[in-house]
Design a protein around this ligand. Sequence first.
Ligand SMILES: *Cc1c(COP(=O)(O)O)cnc(C)c1O
Length: 391
Amino acid sequence: MNINTNYQNISDSYLFSTIAKKVNEFSKANPDKEIIKLGIGDVTLPLCKIVVKALKDASEEMGVKETFRGYGPEQGYDFLREKVQAYYKNHNVNLDIDEIFISDGAKSDLGNILDLFSTENTVLVPDPVYPVYVDTNTMAGRKIVYIDANAQNEFLPLPDESIKADIIYICSPNNPTGAVYNKEQLKKWVDYAIKNNAVILFDSAYECFITDKELPHSIYEIEGAKNCAIEFCSLSKMAGFTGTRCGYTIVPKDIENGLLNKMWLRRQTTKFNGVPYIIQRGAEAVFTLDGQKEIQENLNYYKENAKIISDTLKKHNIWHIGGKHSPYIWLKCPNNMTSWEFFDYLLENVQIVGTPGSGFGKNGEGYFRLTSFGSRENTIKACERLDKFLK
Ligand SMILES: *Cc1c(COP(=O)(O)O)cnc(C)c1O
């Protein structure tokens, strides 16, 4: 056999292992100092009560002969697809049930969708970027071109007619920067995609953090998007499903005369056997009125944390974006420090751990990501330390 040599081209991700190593070394040398982690990209609040009840009830059903379920539909049960359909309807997006595919999360689908596209395609990704987009395409051997997200364009790059690409990744609200595209900006991407016969892979994993009524939650709020965009969303950040696993992918029938929708169904029915019934019942509960109320409380908790961090940075004139419609705060390292210099500076002086921006691409150099997923207590404590130290 021959191995897939493209794997030799994936760069080893040293980002999180280097962070862990530095933190361990510091702890060993300073056992009396308490470290606060504001680098985590995982939620910390538990599942809401109504979800837990639905999971328990569904488990009971599975233990009774009359209500036991075996294989379900690969694309998800209709009870959940209808809830997703109604959720989109709230943003004035009309979807057919068979355009909605339930999955075990956005990350798997973002990688798996590439089965539908030729390896000859060129891929366009913004820099800095969520590493999954780059690594999955590198594994398949596709050519990747980058578009710069930087302070000049407020980390929201717009299409460049001189760049030709077939597959375009957009993540809004963005990880790692927290930047959000408005409707006019997204329209430019949709127009560009249609003109170039390209497909947009739109990652809306953080849409639930958007509070401004004018900002789009879904790319399908933009005219023409159903002709060129596939959307990926997840209950991970929305409802704390990072360990429970459930998401959904929208493949409109208007793209390529329904061909992509058909191909994705074929792909999923061949390579995937569906999300567990129990989990789908838990996900269904998220979309009920009570579920939405409960998850909103959790989202508000994270947003208040973000505000506390942002207010502290503002007070000390540290340039930053994000936090408002996202759990991420993206700041410019003060005094022209590099991302890693600032990492060491925070660890040594105030024992706060964040994520160096350079780990997300060359344009991340000199920037730093903090997250609002910590506890309120730790977030306040971290900000008090920063405030005192920066005086
Ligand atoms: C967390 C995250 C996801 C969600 O992934 P899941 O597999 O659904 O947990 C998707 N995209 C981005 C950019 C993320 O940060």
